[in-house]
Design a protein around this ligand. Structure first.
Ligand SMILES: *Cc1c(COP(=O)(O)O)cnc(C)c1O
Length: 375
């Protein structure tokens, strides 16, 4: 029998796999009921019809390679953020860029730092690059920035900040991040992961909260990369397109580390068109804010308090085995995410859906928790 242990480095052999939220098809096969998916923070309204049309229009040219420089999208994003195209690197989803950044900066002996219970891709990207990830304990479901700054050592190269944090939904304020960045030594690059930017900014306006100065940091030429994606508010998770905004010199290194032609022509067309449909995003953001409140109220009625969210999902500690609970929810036709892999065996994450989906979720949740109370 062939043996690859001698060939494959230890950090690759021990790499944890990524377990995604279950697909509707798989859940429906397992549970034999119609399922709604509230497990992966996808846009419940789908992509913009403009994006669908733009994708259809380029399909017949799929024999051609895409624009490797993603020029049109970079220019449009540069205009949108008032930076130059040199500051922008699009990739096949922003998780691809996380991997590229880790491979660019890390090697065995070097480390990255983040919070415990944060985005599940940070450990994978770090370890795949041969680096070590230091996960600092949380403070009230959020990042403890002082503890993160204190954990920086000579070998630290990356700090990942998920703002808001997936899966707890908590946000850091811009003034807190301003102060944090001042403390960092020059050999550390901060990754400001703003995958839920549009949702957070919408909440920030309602709540009069100073959420993000991220693009300003780039204009100040700081050692920092901002990550944004078309997967969440724009509803394009399936076509894979996201981007980083950062200092021009560093971004050229990241661009060279990309897999050639990795942003497909379909993805480029979709992203360009999605930017031209603010009405679709507005509808998504308004629904998310209204419905988050409805879900929070629904949880409260049933005796569950959930932290205020700045994203399109809620974090709920059930105080019981969440894997079993998620399985039971699936038999009720609702796919949610149990958070055992995040070290929270009694917690779930629920993506905020359409009014109808949230109604179905709350009804199923009520049935299950009532049954548990009887047991
Ligand atoms: C969803 C998400 C991303 C983006 O993923 P894509 O690869 O762009 O689909 C990045 N960071 C966090 C924290 C996320 O939750």
């Amino acid at each position: 029998m062939s043996d690859f242990r001698q060939l494959v480095p230890e950090h690759v052999r021990h790499l944890p796999g990524y377990t995604p939220g279950k697909s509707r098809r798989q859940a429906q096969q397992e549970s034999s009921v119609e399922c709604i998916k509230m497990a992966s923070n996808e846009n419940p309204f789908g992509p913009s019809p403009f994006a669908v049309e733009a994708m259809q229009a380029v399909l017949s040219e799929s024999n051609f390679y895409p624009d490797n420089d993603v020029s049109e999208l970079r220019q449009k994003l540069a205009d949108h953020h008032s930076v130059t195209p040199d500051n922008i690197v699009p990739t096949a989803g922003s998780t691809a860029l996380l991997g590229i950044i880790a491979r660019t900066l890390l090697a065995p002996g070097l480390n990255a730092i983040t919070s415990e219970r944060s985005f599940i891709v940070y450990p994978i990207a770090t370890q795949a690059a041969g680096g070590k990830l230091i996960q600092v304990p949380m403070k009230q479901h959020g990042y403890d920035l002082d503890a993160i700054a204190a954990a920086v050592d000579r070998d630290t190269r990356i700090i990942y900040l998920s703002n808001p944090n997936n899966p707890t939904g908590t946000a850091l304020s811009a003034p807190d991040i301003d102060r944090f960045l001042e403390k960092l030594p020059d050999h550390v690059v901060t990754i400001l992961d703003e995958a839920y930017y549009d949702f957070s900014q919408y909440f920030a306006k309602l709540r009069r909260f100073d959420y993000s100065h991220a693009i300003d940091y780039v204009k100040q030429d700081r050692k920092l990369v901002v990550l944004r994606t078309f997967s969440k508010a724009h509803g394009l998770a399936g076509v894979r397109v996201g981007y980083g905004v950062g200092p021009a010199e560093f971004m050229t290194y990241l661009a060279r580390m990309r897999t050639t032609f990795s942003v497909s022509s379909v993805a480029q067309a979709a992203a360009l068109a999605a930017l031209d449909d603010p009405a679709h995003t507005d509808k998504t953001l308004r629904n998310n804010a209204d419905e988050s409140q409805r879900l929070i109220d629904g949880f409260a009625e049933l005796g569950y308090s959930v932290p205020e969210t700045w994203a399109n999902f809620l974090y709920c500690d059930l105080r019981e085995d969440a894997v079993a609970f998620a399985k039971a929810m699936q038999t009720e036709g609702v796919i949610i995410r149990p958070l055992a892999a995040w070290g929270a065996p009694t917690a779930i994450r629920i993506s905020i859906g359409t009014p109808e989906q949230n109604r179905l979720f709350l009804e199923a949740f009520k049935r299950l928790t009532a049954r548990a109370a009887v047991r």
